[in-house]
Design a protein around this ligand. Structure first.
Ligand code: CAA
Length: 240
C-alpha cells in the first residue's frame, strides 16, 4: 500500500521539493499551505499533488485538515513539519506580534500537527515524523530571536517525541537546513547574504532538493533505527 505523507508548507520552497521527491518515490502526498492560492494551484497543476489549505498555527484547523486528508488519501503514516515563516528584526525592534506569530507558526505547528496524527501512527505501529529545524536554531542568528527560539525548540520537541514514539515504530527526527536557495533566503538583504555565503565552506547556497533527499532517507524503512536525531545539511557552515 502506498503510504500517505503530509508536508506542511508543501507547495513552495523546501516543502515543494519535499512533496515532489516523496511523490516520485511512490508516496501519496498532501501538500498543506496557508495563504498563496495562486502558487498552490500552479503547484498542483504542475505536479498533480493535491494542496490543502489551512493554518498550521491553528490547533482545530490541523485536526480537521488531517481528518480530511485521511478521508481522501488514507491513514497518515508520514508527517513532515516544514511550514515556517520569518519576521526578522533585532529584539528592540521586534513587536510582540512578530514574536508570537513566528513561535505559533514554526513550533506551535509541530505540536498541532503531530497531535493530529500521532494516535493513528501508534495504532498502525508505524510512523515517520520529520521536523524541519534550522542552522539558526542551532547557532542563533542576529535579528532572529523569534525564529531561532522556535527552531531551537523544534530540536527539543523532536528528541522528546522520539522517546514517546520509539516503542510503536514511530521515528521522529529533525533536519537542520543551512541557507537554501528559496524565497525566504532571497528576502535577506543582499549585503547580509553575501557575508553569510562567504562563511559557507562549500561556497554556495544549498538547493531545496538537497533537503528533500535527506527527508526521503529518514522516512524509509531502512531508517527505522534512527530516531531523535538531527541531520544538519548546511554546506559545512555550522558543524554541530
Ligand atoms: N552581528 C553583529 N552586528 C550586526 C550583525 C551581526 N550578524 N548584523 C548586523 N549587525 C549590525 C550592523 O552592522 C549595524 O551596526 P551599525 O549600525 O553600527 O552599522 C546594526 O547591527 C544594525 O544592523 P542592520 O542595519 O542590519 O539593522 P536593521 O534593523 O536594519 O536590520 C535585520 C536588522 C532585519 C535583522 C537585518 O540585519 C537582516 O535581515 N539580517 C538577516 C537575518 C537573517 O540571516 N535571516 C535569515 C533568514 S533565512 C532563514 O532564516 C532560513 C534559515 O533557516 C537559514
Amino acid at each position: 500500500m502506498e503510504r500517505v505523507a503530509i508536508v506542511t508548507g508543501g507547495t513552495r520552497g523546501i516543502g515543494a521539493a519535499i512533496s515532489v521527491r516523496l511523490k516520485e518515490a511512490g508516496y501519496k502526498v498532501a501538500a498543506v499551505y496557508a495563504g498563496n492560492d495562486e502558487r498552490a494551484k500552479a503547484f498542483t497543476d504542475e505536479t498533480g499533488i493535491p494542496a490543502y489549505k489551512w493554518d498550521v498555527s491553528d490547533y482545530e484547523a490541523c485536526h480537521t485538515g488531517c481528518v480530511k486528508v485521511a478521508e481522501d488519501l488514507g491513514p497518515v503514516g508520514i508527517l513532515i513539519n516544514n511550514a515556517g515563516i520569518t519576521r526578522d528584526a533585532t529584539l528592540l525592534k521586534m513587536s510582540r506580534e512578530d514574536w508570537q506569530k513566528v513561535i505559533d507558526t514554526n513550533i506551535g505547528s509541530c505540536f498541532n500537527m503531530s497531535k493530529a496524527v500521532f494516535a493513528g501512527m501508534k495504532e498502525a505501529g508505524f510512523g515517520r515524523i520529520v521536523n524541519i529545524g534550522s542552522i539558526n536554531g542551532q547557532a542563533g542568528q542576529y535579528g532572529q530571536v523569534n525564529y531561532a527560539a522556535a527552531k531551537s525548540g523544534i530540536h527539543g520537541f523532536t528528541k522528546a517525541l522520539a522517546q514517546e514514539g520509539a516503542r510503536s515504530g514511530i521515528t521522529v527526527n529533525a533536519i537542520a537546513p543551512g541557507y537554501i536557495d528559496t524565497d525566504m533566503v532571497a528576502a535577506v538583504p543582499d549585503a547580509v547574504l553575501e557575508k553569510i555565503i562567504a562563511r559557507i565552506p562549500v561556497g554556495r547556497l544549498g538547493k531545496a532538493e538537497e533537503i528533500a533527499r535527506g527527508v526521503h532517507f529518514l522516512i524509509t524503512d531502512n531508517a527505522g533505527f534512527i530516531t531523535g536525531s538531527t541531520l544538519s545539511i548546511n554546506g559545512g557552515q555550522h558543524m554541530y
